[in-house]
Design a protein around this ligand. Structure first.
Ligand code: KIV
Length: 266
């Protein structure tokens, strides 16, 4: 099972469950953490900042760093250097790239030859949002499904060790997963994949902008956060916070006596 994580505390909590095999520092952080409308604006420096935090929090799970838009595919050497930064400086164990174009396939081959494990990502690929005309399910026609399966085979042949398959109708996803030997990790692609991944903010109900059809909310953290803030505000306004017996640092009797003497002398 896999989840996204973007910070140290979440990575520690998720890792300590022992149930999460893979933590993806997804470029979805552009939206969930940074408030952009899509994933396109997040930079290498911003990603690196969060990848470092997650790798500090994870002991057991494999941490995969998402290569941001245009950090790869433009120039092979630049893509290798950016992936290398995630591994060397940020201590991720693998990187993820979207698509199966020739430059991406060449990058996967080069990275794998250098010892950098790579996860592929097909189906709806958010970095292609404009080319795809929005967040739409992919592989719906026989031709599109066949192309998708060929792309998946190409990524596997290039050396990708796993494939994220997003928003692909379940029969097509099942057909692709059955053909591949590497694990297919589905997101919005039905139950026939080898594994599943969700964005942690969807799981916890704390992303307010939209709720993908395929995501299941397991905890209402958004509502709980607002409720906690309202209760705190009410306690402060009503003089119930802080409780000085518990939520403060008492003076010793000597310190209290010294202070009383000082006040009396004024
Ligand atoms: O960036 C991300 O969170 C992802 C998931 C949708 C798999 O790529």
């Amino acid at each position: 099972m896999a989840l996204t994580a973007y910070d140290y505390a979440t990575a520690r909590l998720l890792d300590a469950t022992g149930s999460v095999d893979l933590l993806l520092v997804g470029d979805s952080l552009a939206m969930t953490v940074l408030g952009h409308r899509d994933t396109l604006s997040v930079t290498m420096d911003e990603m690196a900042h969060h990848v470092k935090a997650v790798t500090r929090g994870a002991q057991r799970a494999v941490v995969v760093a998402d290569m941001p838009f245009l950090s790869y595919g433009v120039d092979l050497a630049e893509g290798v250097r950016h992936a290398g930064r995630f591994i060397q400086e940020c201590r991720a164990q693998a990187v993820k790239v979207e698509g199966a174009s020739s430059p991406v396939v060449a990058l996967i081959e080069r990275l794998v030859s250098l010892g950098v494990p790579v996860v592929g990502h097909l189906g709806f690929t958010p970095q292609f949002i404009h080319a795809l005309g929005g967040p739409r399910a992919q592989g719906r026609s026989v031709e599109a499904a066949s192309r998708l399966r060929e792309d998946a085979m190409r990524l596997q042949a290039a050396g990708a060790f796993a494939l994220v398959l997003e928003m692909t109708p379940p029969p097509v996803a099942r057909w692709i997963a059955a053909r591949l030997t590497i694990p297919v990790i589905g997101i919005g692609s039905g139950a026939g994949c080898d594994g599943q991944i969700l964005v942690i903010d969807d799981l916890l109900g704390r992303f307010p902008d939209f709720h993908p059809r395929f995501a299941r909310q397991y905890a209402p953290l958004g509502e709980m956060t607002q409720d906690a803030a309202r209760r705190f505000a009410a306690d402060v306004a009503g003089g119930d916070f802080p409780d000085e017996q518990v939520e403060a640092y008492p003076l010793t009797s000597q310190e209290a006596a010294d202070l009383a003497a000082l006040l009396a002398a004024e």
